[in-house]
Structure formats: C-alpha cells, structure tokens
Design a protein. Structure first.
Length: 364
C-alpha cells in the first residue's frame, strides 16, 4: 500500500516534468515515422481510432519488461495518455524468464506489473514503436498476410500516392531553390565519375513515382547508406543522404526555403493522419481479424496500453560477472526518487520466485 501512496503523491508533479519531455524528445517525430525507410506502410495507433472500434478495455492487468533507467521513465509516464507496449499472456514461464533476462528494447532485468487502458490488443508481437508524442506506430505491410481478404493491404497505395503527389507539387513549385541547395551541399563530390549533385537532382522528379525518393528528399536516409536507382536499397556505399532542412542549414543557401519545407512537412503529416483516419473508418470492420489472429510460434502477445498505474515492480538478481549486474546500493540510489530501499529489497526476487511469478501469466 505504501508503494501506491508514494506513487500517487509524486504522480501529478512528474506528469508534465522535464524528464517526461526528455524521454519523448529522444523518439522520432511523427513525420519521421511517416518517412522512415524501415516502414513500408507506417500507421499510427490512436485511442480515438480504437475507441471507434470498441477495442479499448479499461483496468486491464499486464506486465512490462524494462531496465533500471527505463523504469524511471515508466514512472514518469504513469497516468498519462502516452502509450507503452505490454504483455498479458505468455506460452510458458520460461518465455517470461527469457524476456526478462534478454530484455525487450532495453537490457531487461525488471518486470513491472501494471493496470491500465488497453487500446490495441494483438496476440503476437507487432513490433510497435513510440514517437515523441507518446503515440505508437506499426507497419501495416507486416500484417496484411493476416487479413488477406480485407482491404487493409490498400493502405500502402493510399499512403504512397498522397506522399508522392504532395512531394511532387512541392518540388515543382520550389525547383530552382531546391536544386541550388543541392548544388551547394554536394559541391564537386563524385561517385563513379558522376557528380553527386546531378545524381541526387535527377532523383527529385522521381518523387512522383517512387516513395523512396520522397522519403529521402524530406527526411534523408536516417543514418543509412543508400543506392540511387529504381529501387531504394539500404547498405550500399553511397554516403549518408540528408533531408532538405539539413542541407539548407549546413549550406546556408536559400534559408527562406526552410520555413516552406517546414510547412510542407506539416501538411504532409496532417494530411497523412487525416488519410489514416479516413482509411481506418472505411475498413473498421476488418480490424477485428487482427485482434483474433493466433500467430503460430508466438511466445507472447502485445497489448498497447495508456493511462496506466504501476502496481508492482520486481527485479532480477544478475550474477556479479554479468554485464547487466548492478550493485544493490546503486539500484537504490538510481531509484531514490521513485521507490524506497525496502520496496526495492522486497521486489528483488530469486529466479525460482520470478519463474513462479511468470506462471500466472501463462496462457491457459
């Protein structure tokens, strides 16, 4: 009881804290999710959408695997509309232990039991990711095989046509300014005897037909290397391509274009959110197929949750020669603003105790 009282006392003060903002600021912006090359058909999960689908289940119990540093962030997000990925069912207690020891997007070692609103319940891991506004994203292209008889697979066409049309119109309207920035950015650099400036300028008209060209123009390649041509390929030997704002800032050429680009990105982002909402409503009856699907071999589910409260926190004791080992006094110091030393000691369990804990989450 003391644990909950302690959390309630600090919750309001922390909800809008600089730490929360710092956590989210490290995540990608919505426009970056719309344009990132690792998503073929990016799609946002929003609570209003799921409310229309009547898939929101309040007061659902689940657990979340994390590590010490991310646990502090989790505390700071408690009670907010920011979404997290949780688990409600596992195949075996051993699967729970494996998740805890290896971690999921973190080093692991900490299991947090929560209660909150589940807005997106799927019986397998959909590898959702969070943006800097606390919204989670999925790649619809990874799920279309589940709903082959639905219209859900058509999202890529809707998405890519919108991006291509907006990008092409922007390029044609500001063609001279954009190409001057490219000339300044690439200078006399060559690849195989061809000027990089010419190579990348030649790719600009392709935005009308190829989504990859639009993505590279607006946001670059996100630290990946690319090869120009009919296909967007990652892993070749061309230097990292940067988005148009980065080019303007690094060259100082046509700086007045920057505000126009920012407006273009705003229009692209808002337009895609509107498109996604329209498309979701159109195919709303097809989504329950996703929630009901049982993926063979899946060891755990993924339930996207918000408005959560933390009920219990348990810690695994790693051996001292394990790189994940953290001395108890350091754990107490790290979490001093969140948990008492007694709460941490009471929540530090042996492997046998943790395995018994995970047994209660085993799918019946």
């Amino acid at each position: 009881m003391r644990f909950k009282q302690f959390r309630q006392l600090l919750n309001e003060r922390r909800r809008g804290s600089s730490r929360v903002r710092s956590v989210l600021n490290k995540q990608m912006k919505p426009y970056e999710f719309w344009l990132h090359p690792k998503f073929m058909s990016p799609f946002p999960i929003t609570k209003p959408m799921m409310t229309k689908l009547e898939s929101v289940n309040a007061d659902t119990s689940a657990f979340h695997i994390t590590d010490i540093e991310s646990l502090k962030r989790l505390f700071d997000l408690e009670g907010s509309a920011k979404q997290i990925s949780t688990v409600t069912k596992i195949v075996s207690a051993d699967d729970g232990m494996e998740m805890l020891e290896k971690g999921i997007e973190t080093d692991g070692g900490v299991v947090v039991e929560l209660t909150g609103d589940v807005i997106f319940p799927v019986n397998f891991d959909v590898f959702s990711e969070i943006d800097n506004q606390g919204r989670r994203w999925i790649d619809i292209a990874e799920l279309t095989h589940i709903m082959q008889d639905s219209g859900i697979g058509g999202w890529y066409r809707e998405y890519s046509l919108f991006v291509a049309d907006l990008s092409d119109k922007f390029y044609k309207k500001h063609k001279r300014e954009i190409e001057e920035v490219y000339d300044a950015f690439y200078g006399d650099q060559e690849d195989g005897g061809v000027l990089l400036a010419d190579m990348y300028k030649d790719a600009l008209p392709q935005m009308k037909s190829f989504t990859w060209a639009s993505r590279v123009f607006w946001a670059g390649s996100f630290g990946k290397t690319i090869k120009l041509g009919l296909n967007f390929r990652i892993g070749d030997e061309v230097d990292r391509e940067k988005g148009i704002i980065d080019k303007i800032e690094s060259t100082g050429v046509n700086t007045s274009l920057k505000s126009k680009v920012q407006r273009g990105l705003f229009d692209l982002t808002k337009g895609l959110f509107d498109k996604a909402d329209e498309w979701f409503i159109k195919y709303i009856d097809d989504f329950p197929q996703l929630f009901e699907y049982e993926l063979w071999g899946a060891k755990y589910d993924e339930y996207v949750m918000d408005n959560f409260t933390i009920d219990k926190v348990y810690f695994k004791q790693f051996e001292s020669d394990n790189r994940k080992y953290i001395p108890m006094d350091q754990v107490v110091q790290e979490l001093s603003g969140y948990m008492t030393a007694d709460e941490i000691a009471d929540g530090t369990l042996t492997d046998d105790e943790l395995k018994r804990y995970f047994s209660k989450w085993v799918k019946k």
